[in-house]
Design a binder for this molecule. Structure first.
Ligand SMILES: NC(=O)c1ccc[n+]([C@@H]2O[C@H](COP(=O)([O-])OP(=O)(O)OC[C@H]3O[C@@H](n4cnc5c(N)ncnc54)[C@H](O)[C@@H]3O)[C@@H](O)[C@H]2O)c1
Length: 340
């Protein structure tokens, strides 16, 4: 089997490269990544050690995959600029890197008859809905998870817009050119391999700062630390994707909400408690009442559709997942420090 993983040197892409290489016999994986993140080079070295090559290509350039002579059964698209705040500042770069890249992937898939698995994002939903759901949660202490058909109308960040547009372009190529696809619309994904940098999301940041006794801030929502996310640990995502590779037809031409679900939903205050317990450290946490217009207070995924389709569900709970991150950070402490 031959697989292209775009963004193969990123957090999710590299985890997936190593996971699939270990699990599937006679697999050849080609990573395509322009090494735009400082940590991508670190991951590239690990891939190399595991006999996975990376082609350094900017997927945001028109027709950038045209001359790649590697006919893949699957293209798993894990490449994007995922930081919402960067998308606000570098609009063109993000439109090219996140959307034009999807066009390039689709053209390559059409040429080689490859199937596509696309990693989309929960940020396709409008910002306002998150505030509404947060309000409901605070009033009733009951979750109202996002489903595949939740409302899309309204601004969602430039990042969210590119992911939404990519989803739609994939559907167009399916309709007009019969490209077969699966879209996994993921909420917050975390796990070993994240360096605790701000743009990589709350979970690894919280753990890294606790481990190193560095200050934190509850930003926004009155500085209450009550904002909620459901956390999916990357190993669970890899387990789902290998199922999709092995049984593609069960999932094909469908979109799924993928996340930690209600069981792995947590607010920042409780994340602090777990990090504190694992690291045995207490850090100073200040409060900042306001936040960016791109920030959201609530996201939890509904797993109903994916669970109707297959028997996948997240196996790694918050305590276990956070302990795995801690162990990985401790083991790689000196290497990670170089990235700050
Ligand atoms: N991590 C999450 O919580 C999360 C949640 C939902 C969706 N996603 C999606 O999952 C995918 C992977 O995210 P991640 O967290 O691993 O991010 P990441 O930044 O760690 O990895 C992305 C990789 O893509 C590469 N890349 C970016 N632009 C490129 C370009 N123009 N050409 C070639 N390579 C390029 C980067 O160098 C990097 O190695 C993204 O599509 C993101 O939108 C991530």
């Amino acid at each position: 089997m031959k697989i292209i993983i775009t963004g193969g040197c990123g957090f999710i892409g590299s985890s997936l490269c190593l996971f699939l290489k270990k699990k599937i016999r006679n697999i050849t994986i080609l990573s395509i990544d322009n090494l735009s993140k400082s940590y991508s080079k670190f991951n590239e070295k690990i891939l190399k050690k595991n006999r996975i090559n990376n082609e350094r290509i900017d997927l945001g350039k028109f027709n950038s995959l045209k001359n790649i002579n590697f006919k893949a059964d699957f293209i798993i698209d894990c490449s994007a600029e995922p930081a919402v705040e960067i998308s606000r500042k570098k609009v063109i770069k993000v439109l090219e890197g996140n959307f034009l890249s999807t066009f390039n992937v689709l053209e390559k898939a059409e040429k080689d008859h490859s199937k596509i698995i696309f990693i989309s994002s929960s940020r396709v939903y409008p910002i306002k809905t998150s505030y509404e759901k947060f309000k409901i949660f605070k009033k009733e202490q009951k979750h109202s998870p996002y489903t595949e058909t939740s409302d899309f109308k309204g601004p969602k960040t430039i990042y969210g817009f590119t992911k939404y547009s990519s989803e739609k372009l994939i559907e167009e190529y399916n309709y007009s050119k019969n490209i077969k696809y699966i879209i996994n619309r993921c909420g917050l994904v975390s796990g070993p391999g994240q360096f605790g940098k701000v743009e990589q999301g709350l979970v690894s940041l919280w753990m890294w700062r606790h481990m190193n006794k560095k200050k934190l801030i509850y930003i926004g929502f009155q500085g209450s630390g009550e904002q909620i996310r459901d956390v999916l640990f990357v190993q669970d995502l890899c387990e789902l994707i290998i199922k999709q590779v092995r049984n593609f037809s069960i999932f094909q031409n469908n979109l799924y909400c993928i996340g930690g679900g209600i069981k792995n939903a947590i607010n920042l205050k409780n994340l602090t408690k777990i990090c504190s317990k694992i690291t045995q450290n207490k850090v100073n946490i200040s409060k900042q009442k306001t936040t960016s217009i791109y920030d959201i207070p609530y996201y939890v995924s509904s797993l109903k559709k994916i669970q109707k389709t297959c028997n996948w569900k997240p196996k790694i709970d918050l305590n276990k997942g956070l302990k795995q991150i801690y162990d990985w950070m401790k083991k790689n402490n000196n290497k990670i420090k170089k990235f700050f």
